[in-house]
Design a protein around this ligand. Structure first.
Ligand code: ADP
Ligand code: MG
Length: 349
Protein backbone atom coordinates (compact mmCIF):
# COMPACT_ATOMS: atom_id res chain seq x y z
CA UNK A 1 0.00 0.00 0.00
CA UNK A 2 1.38 3.40 -0.98
CA UNK A 3 0.51 4.92 2.39
CA UNK A 4 2.52 2.35 4.29
CA UNK A 5 5.51 2.71 2.00
CA UNK A 6 5.57 6.45 2.38
CA UNK A 7 5.53 6.27 6.13
CA UNK A 8 8.50 3.89 6.14
CA UNK A 9 10.61 5.58 3.53
CA UNK A 10 11.50 8.46 5.82
CA UNK A 11 13.14 6.46 8.65
CA UNK A 12 14.79 4.04 6.23
CA UNK A 13 16.34 6.89 4.27
CA UNK A 14 17.57 8.53 7.44
CA UNK A 15 19.15 5.29 8.65
CA UNK A 16 20.77 4.69 5.26
CA UNK A 17 22.14 8.21 5.01
CA UNK A 18 23.52 8.05 8.52
CA UNK A 19 25.15 4.69 7.87
CA UNK A 20 26.73 5.86 4.61
CA UNK A 21 28.00 9.11 6.04
CA UNK A 22 29.49 7.40 9.05
CA UNK A 23 26.71 9.34 10.77
CA UNK A 24 28.99 11.66 12.66
CA UNK A 25 29.14 9.24 15.53
CA UNK A 26 32.27 9.05 17.60
CA UNK A 27 34.48 6.17 16.49
CA UNK A 28 34.36 3.25 18.87
CA UNK A 29 36.08 -0.03 19.44
CA UNK A 30 34.23 -3.18 18.44
CA UNK A 31 35.92 -6.18 20.03
CA UNK A 32 34.89 -9.77 19.34
CA UNK A 33 36.32 -13.18 20.16
CA UNK A 34 35.72 -16.61 18.71
CA UNK A 35 37.50 -19.91 18.26
CA UNK A 36 39.17 -20.79 14.95
CA UNK A 37 42.42 -22.47 13.91
CA UNK A 38 42.44 -24.22 17.27
CA UNK A 39 42.95 -20.93 19.08
CA UNK A 40 41.12 -17.88 20.40
CA UNK A 41 40.82 -15.24 17.70
CA UNK A 42 40.42 -11.68 18.90
CA UNK A 43 39.22 -9.08 16.41
CA UNK A 44 39.21 -5.37 17.22
CA UNK A 45 37.80 -2.80 14.82
CA UNK A 46 37.99 0.94 15.38
CA UNK A 47 35.00 2.34 13.54
CA UNK A 48 32.15 4.78 13.26
CA UNK A 49 29.96 2.00 11.96
CA UNK A 50 29.75 -0.86 14.47
CA UNK A 51 27.00 -2.54 12.42
CA UNK A 52 29.30 -2.78 9.42
CA UNK A 53 32.12 -4.05 11.63
CA UNK A 54 29.95 -6.78 13.15
CA UNK A 55 28.82 -7.94 9.71
CA UNK A 56 32.42 -8.07 8.45
CA UNK A 57 33.58 -9.92 11.57
CA UNK A 58 30.79 -12.49 11.09
CA UNK A 59 32.07 -13.08 7.55
CA UNK A 60 35.66 -13.42 8.70
CA UNK A 61 34.74 -15.78 11.52
CA UNK A 62 32.78 -18.00 9.17
CA UNK A 63 35.67 -18.07 6.67
CA UNK A 64 38.37 -18.82 9.25
CA UNK A 65 36.36 -21.68 10.74
CA UNK A 66 35.63 -23.12 7.29
CA UNK A 67 39.28 -22.86 6.15
CA UNK A 68 40.52 -24.58 9.26
CA UNK A 69 38.31 -27.58 8.39
CA UNK A 70 39.13 -27.52 4.66
CA UNK A 71 42.88 -27.39 5.26
CA UNK A 72 43.04 -30.25 7.72
CA UNK A 73 45.57 -32.77 6.30
CA UNK A 74 43.63 -35.92 7.19
CA UNK A 75 40.05 -35.01 7.95
CA UNK A 76 37.27 -34.04 5.54
CA UNK A 77 37.22 -33.51 1.80
CA UNK A 78 39.53 -30.54 1.23
CA UNK A 79 43.27 -31.02 1.69
CA UNK A 80 42.58 -34.52 3.05
CA UNK A 81 41.16 -35.59 -0.30
CA UNK A 82 44.29 -34.30 -2.04
CA UNK A 83 46.50 -36.14 0.44
CA UNK A 84 44.65 -39.43 -0.19
CA UNK A 85 45.38 -39.06 -3.91
CA UNK A 86 49.04 -38.19 -3.31
CA UNK A 87 49.42 -41.17 -0.93
CA UNK A 88 48.22 -43.39 -3.76
CA UNK A 89 50.79 -41.80 -6.11
CA UNK A 90 48.04 -40.19 -8.17
CA UNK A 91 47.54 -36.60 -9.40
CA UNK A 92 45.04 -34.41 -7.55
CA UNK A 93 42.93 -31.42 -8.56
CA UNK A 94 43.42 -28.36 -6.36
CA UNK A 95 40.91 -25.69 -5.39
CA UNK A 96 42.07 -22.17 -6.37
CA UNK A 97 42.82 -21.43 -2.70
CA UNK A 98 44.93 -24.52 -2.05
CA UNK A 99 46.70 -24.01 -5.37
CA UNK A 100 47.55 -20.46 -4.38
CA UNK A 101 48.83 -21.66 -0.99
CA UNK A 102 50.93 -24.36 -2.59
CA UNK A 103 52.55 -21.85 -4.95
CA UNK A 104 53.50 -19.56 -2.03
CA UNK A 105 54.57 -22.44 0.18
CA UNK A 106 56.84 -23.78 -2.57
CA UNK A 107 58.50 -20.38 -2.81
CA UNK A 108 59.06 -20.24 0.97
CA UNK A 109 60.49 -23.76 0.83
CA UNK A 110 63.04 -22.61 -1.72
CA UNK A 111 63.86 -19.31 0.02
CA UNK A 112 64.31 -21.06 3.36
CA UNK A 113 66.73 -23.65 1.97
CA UNK A 114 64.15 -26.39 2.59
CA UNK A 115 63.65 -25.59 6.29
CA UNK A 116 60.04 -24.65 5.73
CA UNK A 117 58.45 -27.61 4.00
CA UNK A 118 54.67 -27.85 3.62
CA UNK A 119 55.01 -31.52 2.63
CA UNK A 120 55.75 -32.95 6.06
CA UNK A 121 52.28 -34.31 6.85
CA UNK A 122 53.58 -37.87 7.15
CA UNK A 123 56.36 -36.85 9.54
CA UNK A 124 54.03 -34.68 11.62
CA UNK A 125 51.68 -37.64 11.91
CA UNK A 126 54.53 -39.95 12.89
CA UNK A 127 55.25 -37.60 15.79
CA UNK A 128 51.55 -37.42 16.65
CA UNK A 129 51.27 -33.65 16.24
CA UNK A 130 48.74 -33.93 13.45
CA UNK A 131 45.42 -33.45 15.15
CA UNK A 132 43.47 -31.22 17.40
CA UNK A 133 43.88 -33.93 20.04
CA UNK A 134 46.38 -33.93 22.87
CA UNK A 135 50.00 -34.42 21.87
CA UNK A 136 51.45 -37.91 22.28
CA UNK A 137 53.49 -39.00 25.27
CA UNK A 138 56.65 -40.37 23.63
CA UNK A 139 58.69 -40.00 20.43
CA UNK A 140 58.29 -42.40 17.51
CA UNK A 141 60.57 -45.44 17.33
CA UNK A 142 64.03 -44.81 15.83
CA UNK A 143 63.31 -47.38 13.11
CA UNK A 144 60.17 -45.50 12.03
CA UNK A 145 62.14 -42.25 11.82
CA UNK A 146 64.93 -43.93 9.87
CA UNK A 147 62.38 -45.24 7.39
CA UNK A 148 60.91 -41.78 7.02
CA UNK A 149 64.35 -40.23 6.42
CA UNK A 150 65.19 -42.88 3.84
CA UNK A 151 62.01 -42.23 1.87
CA UNK A 152 61.85 -38.54 2.60
CA UNK A 153 60.43 -36.28 -0.10
CA UNK A 154 59.73 -32.56 -0.14
CA UNK A 155 57.31 -30.15 -1.72
CA UNK A 156 59.87 -29.76 -4.55
CA UNK A 157 58.96 -33.31 -5.64
CA UNK A 158 55.47 -32.18 -6.60
CA UNK A 159 54.74 -30.94 -10.11
CA UNK A 160 52.08 -28.28 -10.39
CA UNK A 161 50.46 -27.69 -13.74
CA UNK A 162 47.41 -25.45 -13.88
CA UNK A 163 45.23 -26.70 -11.07
CA UNK A 164 46.60 -30.22 -10.91
CA UNK A 165 49.42 -31.49 -8.74
CA UNK A 166 51.33 -34.68 -9.59
CA UNK A 167 53.53 -36.53 -7.09
CA UNK A 168 56.80 -38.27 -7.90
CA UNK A 169 56.15 -41.11 -5.48
CA UNK A 170 53.79 -41.83 -2.62
CA UNK A 171 55.71 -40.26 0.28
CA UNK A 172 54.70 -36.60 0.05
CA UNK A 173 51.53 -35.35 1.72
CA UNK A 174 50.72 -31.74 2.44
CA UNK A 175 50.52 -30.10 5.86
CA UNK A 176 49.97 -26.38 5.48
CA UNK A 177 49.90 -25.83 9.26
CA UNK A 178 53.19 -23.90 9.22
CA UNK A 179 51.65 -20.97 7.36
CA UNK A 180 47.89 -21.54 7.03
CA UNK A 181 47.10 -19.08 9.81
CA UNK A 182 49.19 -16.36 8.16
CA UNK A 183 47.64 -16.98 4.79
CA UNK A 184 44.16 -16.98 6.36
CA UNK A 185 44.79 -13.65 8.10
CA UNK A 186 45.88 -12.14 4.78
CA UNK A 187 42.60 -13.28 3.27
CA UNK A 188 40.68 -11.95 6.26
CA UNK A 189 42.33 -8.54 5.80
CA UNK A 190 41.24 -8.58 2.14
CA UNK A 191 37.67 -9.38 3.26
CA UNK A 192 37.74 -6.45 5.69
CA UNK A 193 39.04 -4.13 2.95
CA UNK A 194 36.24 -5.22 0.62
CA UNK A 195 33.71 -4.58 3.40
CA UNK A 196 35.03 -1.06 4.00
CA UNK A 197 36.66 -1.86 7.36
CA UNK A 198 39.85 0.19 7.53
CA UNK A 199 41.17 0.11 11.08
CA UNK A 200 41.42 -3.29 12.67
CA UNK A 201 43.59 -5.89 14.25
CA UNK A 202 43.00 -9.62 13.79
CA UNK A 203 44.84 -11.59 16.44
CA UNK A 204 44.82 -15.39 16.28
CA UNK A 205 46.41 -16.54 19.53
CA UNK A 206 49.21 -13.96 19.41
CA UNK A 207 49.80 -14.11 15.65
CA UNK A 208 48.25 -11.07 14.07
CA UNK A 209 47.72 -8.63 11.26
CA UNK A 210 47.09 -4.94 11.62
CA UNK A 211 45.07 -2.58 9.43
CA UNK A 212 45.18 1.19 9.72
CA UNK A 213 45.31 2.78 13.13
CA UNK A 214 43.38 3.21 16.31
CA UNK A 215 42.10 6.76 16.41
CA UNK A 216 45.14 8.37 14.80
CA UNK A 217 47.62 6.30 16.80
CA UNK A 218 49.37 3.07 15.89
CA UNK A 219 47.94 -0.17 17.25
CA UNK A 220 50.06 -1.44 20.10
CA UNK A 221 50.42 -5.19 20.07
CA UNK A 222 51.87 -7.76 22.41
CA UNK A 223 54.47 -10.36 21.46
CA UNK A 224 54.19 -13.72 23.17
CA UNK A 225 57.02 -14.68 25.43
CA UNK A 226 58.94 -17.90 25.16
CA UNK A 227 57.57 -20.94 26.98
CA UNK A 228 54.08 -19.45 26.97
CA UNK A 229 54.86 -16.88 29.64
CA UNK A 230 52.27 -14.35 28.45
CA UNK A 231 53.03 -11.04 26.77
CA UNK A 232 56.73 -10.39 26.92
CA UNK A 233 57.30 -7.43 24.64
CA UNK A 234 55.19 -4.85 22.84
CA UNK A 235 55.51 -3.05 19.57
CA UNK A 236 53.57 -0.35 17.74
CA UNK A 237 52.46 -2.03 14.53
CA UNK A 238 51.95 -0.01 11.38
CA UNK A 239 49.23 -0.39 8.78
CA UNK A 240 49.57 -3.70 6.93
CA UNK A 241 52.08 -5.31 9.26
CA UNK A 242 51.98 -8.94 10.38
CA UNK A 243 53.54 -10.14 13.65
CA UNK A 244 54.04 -13.90 13.98
CA UNK A 245 55.75 -16.03 16.59
CA UNK A 246 56.70 -19.71 16.47
CA UNK A 247 57.75 -21.43 19.66
CA UNK A 248 58.44 -24.74 21.29
CA UNK A 249 55.60 -24.23 23.78
CA UNK A 250 52.64 -24.38 21.39
CA UNK A 251 52.39 -28.16 21.17
CA UNK A 252 54.85 -30.39 22.96
CA UNK A 253 55.30 -33.29 25.31
CA UNK A 254 58.11 -34.26 27.65
CA UNK A 255 59.76 -37.65 27.60
CA UNK A 256 62.61 -38.63 29.90
CA UNK A 257 63.33 -35.04 30.81
CA UNK A 258 63.41 -33.71 27.25
CA UNK A 259 60.96 -31.47 25.47
CA UNK A 260 59.63 -32.62 22.10
CA UNK A 261 57.68 -30.00 20.18
CA UNK A 262 55.84 -29.65 16.89
CA UNK A 263 58.29 -27.74 14.69
CA UNK A 264 60.25 -30.41 12.89
CA UNK A 265 63.57 -30.13 11.11
CA UNK A 266 63.12 -31.82 7.70
CA UNK A 267 66.85 -32.63 7.72
CA UNK A 268 66.77 -34.76 10.88
CA UNK A 269 63.07 -35.62 11.09
CA UNK A 270 63.17 -34.42 14.72
CA UNK A 271 62.06 -31.31 16.62
CA UNK A 272 64.35 -28.40 15.74
CA UNK A 273 66.88 -27.39 18.39
CA UNK A 274 68.55 -24.17 19.43
CA UNK A 275 65.71 -21.68 19.99
CA UNK A 276 62.69 -21.27 22.23
CA UNK A 277 60.84 -18.83 20.02
CA UNK A 278 61.13 -16.63 16.95
CA UNK A 279 59.07 -13.52 16.18
CA UNK A 280 58.92 -12.04 12.69
CA UNK A 281 57.42 -8.70 11.62
CA UNK A 282 56.82 -8.11 7.92
CA UNK A 283 54.03 -6.91 5.67
CA UNK A 284 52.31 -10.21 4.85
CA UNK A 285 50.90 -12.87 7.14
CA UNK A 286 51.75 -15.85 4.92
CA UNK A 287 55.41 -14.88 4.75
CA UNK A 288 55.59 -13.96 8.45
CA UNK A 289 54.11 -17.32 9.49
CA UNK A 290 56.21 -19.47 7.14
CA UNK A 291 59.32 -17.49 8.07
CA UNK A 292 58.78 -17.84 11.82
CA UNK A 293 58.61 -21.61 11.33
CA UNK A 294 61.64 -21.65 8.99
CA UNK A 295 63.78 -19.50 11.31
CA UNK A 296 62.86 -21.68 14.24
CA UNK A 297 64.20 -24.65 12.25
CA UNK A 298 67.35 -22.67 11.40
CA UNK A 299 68.11 -22.42 15.14
CA UNK A 300 71.20 -20.38 15.96
CA UNK A 301 71.78 -19.76 12.24
CA UNK A 302 68.56 -17.76 12.02
CA UNK A 303 70.15 -14.40 10.98
CA UNK A 304 71.48 -15.80 7.68
CA UNK A 305 68.18 -17.57 7.04
CA UNK A 306 66.29 -14.32 7.73
CA UNK A 307 68.39 -12.45 5.17
CA UNK A 308 67.67 -15.12 2.56
CA UNK A 309 63.96 -14.64 3.20
CA UNK A 310 64.33 -10.86 2.80
CA UNK A 311 63.44 -10.11 6.42
CA UNK A 312 65.03 -7.56 8.73
CA UNK A 313 62.71 -7.46 11.75
CA UNK A 314 63.24 -10.59 13.82
CA UNK A 315 63.59 -11.47 17.49
CA UNK A 316 64.73 -14.91 18.63
CA UNK A 317 64.99 -16.33 22.14
CA UNK A 318 67.70 -18.94 22.33
CA UNK A 319 67.81 -22.10 24.42
CA UNK A 320 69.75 -20.34 27.18
CA UNK A 321 67.28 -17.44 27.35
CA UNK A 322 69.31 -14.87 25.39
CA UNK A 323 67.12 -12.51 23.38
CA UNK A 324 68.69 -11.88 19.97
CA UNK A 325 67.31 -9.04 17.85
CA UNK A 326 68.04 -7.52 14.49
CA UNK A 327 68.86 -3.78 14.65
CA UNK A 328 65.52 -2.93 12.97
CA UNK A 329 63.66 -4.91 15.63
CA UNK A 330 65.74 -3.50 18.48
CA UNK A 331 64.71 -0.01 17.41
CA UNK A 332 61.02 -0.56 18.00
CA UNK A 333 60.49 -3.27 20.59
CA UNK A 334 59.66 -2.53 24.24
CA UNK A 335 59.98 -5.19 26.90
CA UNK A 336 56.86 -5.29 28.99
CA UNK A 337 58.04 -6.20 32.47
CA UNK A 338 61.72 -6.29 33.32
CA UNK A 339 64.22 -6.17 30.50
CA UNK A 340 65.56 -9.72 30.00
CA UNK A 341 69.06 -10.36 31.38
CA UNK A 342 70.69 -10.82 28.02
CA UNK A 343 69.54 -8.88 24.97
CA UNK A 344 71.93 -8.92 22.04
CA UNK A 345 71.75 -7.13 18.74
CA UNK A 346 72.98 -9.37 15.93
CA UNK A 347 75.26 -7.83 13.33
CA UNK A 348 73.48 -6.93 10.15
CA UNK A 349 74.56 -5.36 6.89
P1 ADP B 1 51.88 -22.45 15.26
O1 ADP B 1 50.96 -22.88 14.16
O2 ADP B 1 51.76 -23.27 16.49
O3 ADP B 1 51.93 -21.00 15.49
P2 ADP B 1 53.99 -22.81 13.33
O4 ADP B 1 53.49 -21.74 12.48
O5 ADP B 1 55.45 -22.85 13.55
O6 ADP B 1 53.35 -22.82 14.77
O7 ADP B 1 53.51 -24.16 12.68
C1 ADP B 1 53.79 -25.41 13.20
C2 ADP B 1 53.08 -26.46 12.39
O8 ADP B 1 53.62 -26.49 11.08
C3 ADP B 1 53.24 -27.87 12.92
O9 ADP B 1 52.18 -28.21 13.80
C4 ADP B 1 53.19 -28.70 11.65
O10 ADP B 1 51.85 -28.90 11.27
C5 ADP B 1 53.85 -27.81 10.64
N1 ADP B 1 55.31 -27.97 10.55
C6 ADP B 1 56.18 -28.53 11.44
N2 ADP B 1 57.46 -28.43 11.01
C7 ADP B 1 57.40 -27.76 9.83
C8 ADP B 1 58.39 -27.33 8.89
N3 ADP B 1 59.70 -27.57 9.07
N4 ADP B 1 57.96 -26.68 7.78
C9 ADP B 1 56.64 -26.43 7.57
N5 ADP B 1 55.67 -26.80 8.41
C10 ADP B 1 56.03 -27.45 9.54
MG1 MG C 1 54.48 -20.65 11.10
Amino acid sequence: MPGVRRSRAGPILVVLTLALAGCGREPQLVDRQFLAFGTLVDVSVFTRSPERAHRAIDQVREALQRWHETWHPWRGEGLARINRRLAAGRPAELSPEIRDMLVSATRYHRLSGGRFDPALAGLVRLWGFNGDEDPPSRPPADAALRDWLAERGSVADLTLREDRVTPAGTGVQLDLGGFAKGYALDRAVAMFQAAGVENAIINAGGDLRVMGQRGGRAWRVGIRGPRGGGVFAAVEAADGEAVFTSGDYERFFEWRGRRYHHILDPETGRPARGLRSVTVITNAGGLADAAATALFVAGREWPAAARDLGLDQVMAVTDDGTVEVTPAMAGRIRFVDARPDRVEEVSWQ
